[in-house]
Write a new protein. Structure first.
Length: 210
């Protein structure tokens, strides 16, 4: 019996040593970080000093009408935000949620105003399952062109039925990633992504040098 116990302890010791070896030799995640850690994928333009609505959505895909629904939003570089209709008090914040109740599907519009008076707008119809169109990325070849100079605009959208450059610009199309060239000469431009139940609109941070 004693010999059996000793043999069992030896086997367990070998297993323990083997397990420890395997764990020690497991390749580390790139950069020495834990492979299970979630690294936030934040587009570079969201980190820029320009006005942007980061998010505006209902926490429930299709909240029940007549019941409180949670709506969340986030803005950067805004000095003022406005909700239309004014169902709740809002103020500039990178992440905030509030509760609203509607008796029928209703369009909610969030308008963010920057320090220079520029505005970004996001809207969605509360009470339906259709996701709001979203501008997922926005890049310009230059922020300070000469008036009429060729500028390359690259953008990405999701859930958009129509994409346009206001007040006027080249023909645009909904796409995960698309680039176009145009010659801006208007005082200001906005990139607009639209759908039947919402829209996303952000100003292009152009400042002419002439």
């Amino acid at each position: 019996m004693r010999n059996i116990i000793i043999a069992l302890l030896v086997v367990l010791g070998v297993v323990a040593l083997r397990f420890g070896f395997v764990r020690t030799e497991r390749p580390a995640a790139p950069g020495g970080s834990d492979s299970s850690a979630i690294q936030p994928d934040i587009p570079e333009e969201f980190l820029s000093p320009h006005l942007r609505i980061l998010m505006f959505y209902s926490a429930e895909a299709a909240p029940r009408l007549g019941r409180p629904a949670t709506v969340c939003y986030g803005v950067v570089n805004a000095v003022k935000v406005r909700l239309d209709p004014p169902l709740a008090a809002v103020s500039p914040s990178a992440s905030r949620c509030f509760s609203v109740t509607v008796d029928r599907p209703q369009m909610l519009t969030l308008t963010a105003t920057g320090g220079g008076g520029e505005e970004a707008v996001a809207a969605f119809r509360l009470g339906v399952k259709t996701p709001r169109p979203v501008i997922t990325s926005l890049q310009l070849s230059t922020f300070t062109p000469k008036r009429g100079e060729t500028v390359t605009l690259c953008y990405g959208t999701r859930f958009a039925a129509k994409v346009r450059l206001a007040p006027e610009g080249p023909l645009l199309a909904p796409a995960g990633r698309h680039c176009v060239e145009w010659h801006p000469d208007a005082p200001a431009y906005w990139l607009v992504a639209e759908g039947k139940d919402g829209r996303d609109e952000t100003p292009l941070p152009l400042k002419y040098i002439d």
